[in-house]
Design a protein around this ligand. Structure first.
Ligand code: GTP
Ligand code: MG
Length: 425
């Protein structure tokens, strides 16, 4: 069904001191093209301190690129950095093929992957945000080009309409997003009453978040070896060793140089992260630029104002590295494989430890006739010990509870029962 488009990448190496980082970013661009079902046929790297004002690359390089486009029948040219509106138009005019930049490619992937109404609205908003400052003088050139990478989302007819029209559309999307957000707030409000401890799985794209999420919740959310397999946050209940239930949320992957338009649009998607009581930061320990990935995640967490939430660092894909030689950057950490059952149990135990640390210890008595309440305690608190007393016809229970949870009221009753029982005996 999907056309594999022939792609030519062009990138500028600004400073040879940053060569290593440059090639990581170029490889990531290739992975992004792969995710967009494109095929990189050729990559052109030019060394120059800053991009050419008119053409991004120098004019000599431009001529060379033209030849390659003809020779290899290139459909799309993708630049490694954002282009100005002028550069895009000039390149399009010169090369006569579709020209997009890294941000447009990411926006395009997001557009094709958004599943929920909210996700789609957010991507559309991001696309307009990207487009608006570049709209100047853009006329019919784009409408000559057919579909494919970089053309999903707002279509060419919309491109031809004036700024005002786009601005109106953006306002409309913002209004509609606000409604969705309000609905979610309400839902969150309901959830808060019966509050489950919330754990968010975050990390760089392709780190293995969804794999871990699925294995911990035994569900089947989308996971594949592609960047941005997961776009919309997905939450499921997870049972911990003591039987207490928490809410686990899988989230969209982070990436370096995320288009600013997208960061803004996806803030609300990632707002779930800010609500979390605990973050599981999943890292692909086999990624050569792993530390860059970690720093990108920390930076985005801080932008989301989620950097004061406790974090457990999970170095994933341990089967692909030499565990003995592994040097972690973050603490506390665990080196795991999302595919390994014992490691999945370790993660659950560690989550439970964090909960116990922040919760309050309680001791109480549950009369036998109150069996449903015992079940409720098991679901909402961490029961450490539960002893049946034949004399008192009930259970003596010790455990940990979130002191602000509604169940606290019932525990207080049990504590009362316990003392009255003692009085009787
Ligand atoms: N070898 C190995 N591969 C793993 C492990 N965990 C996950 N993977 C693979 O890594 C790839 C990415 O996994 P996902 O779970 O989709 O990653 P993600 O972090 O959810 O990615 P996005 O949603 O795209 O951000 C898949 O091919 C997984 O099978 C692991 O422990 N070892
Ligand atoms: Mg995922």
């Amino acid at each position: 069904m999907i056309d594999i488009e022939k792609v030519l990448l062009i990138a500028i190496l600004h400073d040879e001191k940053n060569e290593e980082r440059f090639y990581y970013s170029l490889n990531e661009l290739k992975a992004l093209v792969d995710t967009a079902e494109g095929e990189v046929v050729e990559t052109i790297v030019q060394k120059r301190p800053s991009p050419h004002r008119k053409y991004y690359v120098g004019e000599g390089k431009l001529a060379e690129i033209k030849e390659i486009i003809d020779e290899k029948e290139i459909d799309v040219v993708i630049t490694n950095e954002e282009l100005s509106g002028g550069q895009s138009r000039n390149l399009l005019e010169q090369l006569e093929v579709h020209v997009i930049d890294r941000s447009q490619l990411i926006l395009d992937i997001f557009a094709s992957r958004a599943r929920t109404k909210e996700g789609k609205l957010q991507v559309e908003l991001a696309q307009y945000t990207y487009m608006l400052p570049r709209l100047h003088g853009q006329g019919t050139e784009l409408s000559r080009l057919g579909g494919g990478i970089g053309t999903r989302g707002p279509g060419e007819t919309k491109l031809e309409t004036d700024r005002r029209h786009i601005q109106n559309r953006m306002d409309d999307i913002k209004r509609r997003l606000k409604q969705v957000v309000n609905q979610r707030e309400q839902y969150r409000g309901n959830r808060r009453k019966n509050r489950l401890f919330q754990v968010a799985v975050v990390g760089y794209t392709n780190a293995g978040k969804s794999t871990l999420f699925n294995n911990l919740t035994k569900s089947d959310s989308l996971y594949e070896d592609k960047l941005f397999a997961t776009l919309d946050p997905l939450s499921r209940r997870m049972k911990l060793p003591s039987n207490v239930e928490v809410l686990l949320t899988d989230t969209v992957g982070f990436i370096q140089d995320l288009p600013t338009a997208l960061i803004a649009a996806f803030r609300s998607t990632l707002e779930e992260v800010r609500e979390a009581d605990l973050i599981l930061h999943v890292i692909d320990s086999s990624a050569p630029d792993r530390e860059e990935h970690e720093n990108t995640v920390y930076q985005l967490l801080s932008e989301l104002e989620a950097d004061d939430i406790p974090i457990i660092t999970l170095y994933n894909k341990k089967d692909l590295v030499n565990v003995e030689d592994f040097v972690p950057m973050s603490h506390p950490y665990f080196i795991i494989s999302a595919l390994d059952g014992a490691d999945q149990r370790t993660v659950k135990t560690e989550v439970e430890k964090v909960m116990k640390d922040s919760w309050e210890y309680y001791a109480g008595f549950v009369p036998e006739r109150n069996a449903t309440k015992l079940a409720k305690l098991k679901q909402h608190t961490i029961i450490e010990k539960q002893d049946y007393s034949e004399v008192d016809h009930g259970y003596y229970v010790n455990g940990f509870v979130d002191p602000t949870h509604a169940i606290m009221k019932e525990i207080k009753e049990f504590q009362h029962d316990e003392s009255s029982n003692h009085n009787r005996s």
